[in-house]
Write a protein that binds this ligand. Structure first.
Ligand SMILES: Cc1ncc(COP(=O)(O)O)c(C=O)c1O
Length: 356
């Protein structure tokens, strides 16, 4: 069978999805999901759903959702593409703007799906290591242009550090780059500073912004995201590279209800932000170092002389039914990433760490 696989597929490793708990009693703080439920109107959409309508194909371009998103962000429908999670948008950007063999740029560390998607398209990956404090090196754009990259992935706020770049910096990066720039704003709803990068799509012709309902709207199980960009970037994805009916009818109706209840979701995000600050204070008290973040997770460094390593901490907590994330990447080896949970979940985590 193996002889039928393309060479690049044969040699690559697939994306490793986040660990799923064995039962509902687990405290799941490993994949940056939102601990609060989605808007009650979504339950109503499901309760009132008439299965007979499933006999027809869904709206191909999710135009109702696109209109709602356009109105929320004060852009036009033509600036929006709806996708099966933010992840589908990443794949569309590659198939639309990068030929096999052409380079794709990203920082190191970054979202671990980017290199996997690049490998699927047989594209070399150009990684630019972040500075010690997770800031971008001064020659970031120069290195990417020199390597002739066709697409640059930049996650903002950054994962896994939670650090935020301001919009002036983003504008500068976009204007210097020769490539398309994807600004991945999966965690944008947890920013507590003033931040709005959307006007940049009218100033720079190479920016696409990724948004998702998975985090801020508590809908990771739905698989719904969208891209925002100048029409010449959105149109080829919408008309040519997107799957014929990429979004089923049920998810479109739920996504419409979710974005119509934006304020409900933002209220939940404010609760997450408050919990983020409390959890960070508790970790600092225990001797962890832990930068303030603009996301729904914290990157905590194990104190020197602590009872165990980051990996052992992850393993020990797992035996107690608490899932967090550790990384084998050398720069992250002494760190764990903790998603912000409900107040009682965060307390349980802190008590378990204390008992170590
Ligand atoms: C940085 C980043 N970008 C994009 C995504 C994709 O989100 P989704 O496909 O669930 O919309 C994630 C999910 O964890 C992420 O962490």
């Amino acid at each position: 069978m193996m002889r039928y696989e393309r060479n690049n597929i044969k040699t690559m490793r697939g994306y490793v999805s986040g660990e799923q708990p064995e039962n509902d009693k687990s405290v799941k703080l490993n994949t940056n999901e939102n601990p609060y439920p989605p808007a009650p109107e979504i339950q109503q959409v499901i309760v009132n759903f008439d299965v007979k309508v499933l006999r027809r194909y869904p709206p191909a371009r999710a135009d109702k959702f696109r209109d709602l998103a356009a109105s929320l962000h004060k852009v036009d429908r033509h600036n929006i593409i709806a996708t099966r999670g933010g992840d589908e948008l990443l794949r569309l950007l590659i198939t639309t703007f990068v030929n096999p063999g052409e380079a794709i740029a990203m920082t190191d560390p970054t979202y671990s799906l980017y290199p996997v998607l690049a490998q699927i398209q047989d594209c070399p990956v150009v990684t630019v290591p972040l500075n010690e404090d997770w800031s971008l090196p001064n020659d970031f754009t120069e290195r990417i242009n020199k390597a002739d990259c066709k697409l640059t992935f930049l996650v903002n706020p950054h994962a896994p550090s939670g650090k935020l770049l301001d919009t002036d910096t983003l504008a500068c990066i976009a204007s210097e780059l020769d490539s398309v720039l994807l600004i991945d704003e999966a965690y944008v709803d947890f920013i507590d500073d003033d931040y709005d990068s959307i006007p940049l799509i009218f100033e720079q012709d190479n920016i696409v912004i990724l948004r998702t309902l998975s985090k801020g709207y508590s809908l990771a199980g739905l698989r719904f995201g969208y891209g925002i960009g100048a029409e010449p970037l959105i149109r080829p994805m919408l008309e040519k590279t997107r799957d014929s009916y990429n979004l089923d009818l049920i998810s479109q109706l739920i996504a419409e209800a979710a974005i119509s209840n934006h304020d409900y979701a933002m209220e939940n995000c404010r609760k997450v932000i408050a919990q983020r600050n409390t959890l960070r204070d508790s970790l600092l008290e225990l001797g962890f170092s832990c930068e303030a973040t603009q996301t729904n997770f914290l990157l905590a460094t194990i104190p020197t002389g602590f009872a165990c390593s980051a990996k052992q901490l992850y393993e020990e907590l797992k035996t107690q039914g608490i899932l967090i994330r550790y990384f084998s990447d050398p720069r992250l080896i002494n760190k764990v990433r903790i998603s912000i949970g409900l107040p009682e979940e965060n307390k349980k985590l802190i008590n378990s760490i204390k008992s170590l």
